[in-house]
Design a protein around this ligand. Sequence first.
Ligand SMILES: Cc1cc2nc3c(=O)[nH]c(=O)nc-3n(C[C@H](O)[C@H](O)[C@H](O)COP(=O)(O)OP(=O)(O)OC[C@H]3O[C@@H](n4cnc5c(N)ncnc54)[C@H](O)[C@@H]3O)c2cc1C
Length: 408
Amino acid sequence: MVDLRPAAEAEAFRAQVRTFLVEHLPAVWPGIGALPAADAAEFVAGWRRRLYEHGLLGLAWPTEYGGGGLTKLEQVVLVEECARAMVPLGPASDTVTVKMVGNTLLKWGTEEQKRQFLPPILSGEDTWCQGFSEPNAGSDLASLSTRATLEDDEWVIEGQKIWTSFATQANWIFVLARTDPTVPKHRGISFLLCPMDTPGVEVRPIRMLTGGSEFNEVFFDGARVPQGNVVGLVHGGWAVAMSLLGHERGEEAALNPIMFRHEYDRLVALAREYGRIDDPLIRARLAWCYERVEIMRLLGLRILTQYLRDGDLGPAASISKLYWSEYHQVAANLAMEIMGAAGLVPEGHVPPRAYRTDDPGAPNSTASWEHVWMLNAASGTVYAGTSQVQRNILGESILGLPKEPANR
Ligand SMILES: Cc1cc2nc3c(=O)[nH]c(=O)nc-3n(C[C@H](O)[C@H](O)[C@H](O)COP(=O)(O)OP(=O)(O)OC[C@H]3O[C@@H](n4cnc5c(N)ncnc54)[C@H](O)[C@@H]3O)c2cc1C
């Protein structure tokens, strides 16, 4: 059942967040997307610092690790209100740093690891990247071949990772490595923490079509990390890795419908700008997009209800991932068709990252939509589990279809 009633404690906290936003955002605030790229990056860095200083980062983490000691519900309210106010909680790398590894350490880390790693994650001192994918291990991640062997109380890592977002900014990487090659593939993997400045770690940026290089290859050539830098059990890293991707999907369920609604409003404005708003075919497709964004909102409420009740999303996370990522490709295609030939000449504002929507408040530039169409929407059905993989999960876990035969 979906619980549509606003919880009293959430509404009290919502009022506090709104007051905070009014006090701390500029009086006339057009949204983060309206700022020129360099100003936006500087603003986000300063805004993150401000949230941290006011105890608003890691809101649901225990206070002993620098968190706010509040509930997941209050965390969701904060995310919603910031999204509505068109300001992010932090830079895109926080998805990996705070949401992924931060929450994973909170769940699986030893007391010592939590005390060492969580405070610098919140303060912004540490930035992390994710060393999972390899040239021959993406969807079939458990086939990874990066190895770590124990020598003189240290793990020695050998191998290669690829598509590592933020690797040039990060000072830490979490790495899935094979630590026991003699057992079935899921059972011999460990989750290791490695400083990026460790001798033997080399980052090679991958140049994208846009000229940017958000992704990287990361090579490990005898990189040594202390034996204690394992999260969870030695050889038990698969369970840690699987729980990592599920973290904060509840938060995303609240965030996505708001971000896609901002984007939908830009799409309607684009149709007006290009004189296509009275075209019945365009109107029908805009109506289709509107319906999908509304369904996303209702789906989000259902997921949130489950997340707040059970703290776990299960297969609902796959429904949400599949829904928004496939919707986004249709919406981005529509934008390109509205712009017609003009869309082939990218000009003006460029989105600051290769994920999801452009920032709320961004001008309807051709470069914005082309980037969203070619990169952000196109890659949405690949990262964090491809559409085919999500359908396999749903087929097996919700529809009860037979398990896919293992091919290795
Ligand atoms: C924007 C972006 C950011 C990323 N950031 C990171 C990062 O920071 N760190 C990191 O480790 N990785 C990252 N990745 C990598 C990402 O996790 C992988 O691309 C993803 O897991 C898919 O793996 P692959 O690219 O090797 O494709 P493959 O697994 O080779 O898949 C190729 C095709 O085969 C299909 N397929 C595969 N297996 C099956 C199956 N069993 N049934 C049906 N179809 C199947 C897939 O759906 C896909 O269409 C990123 C990727 C993108 C696009």
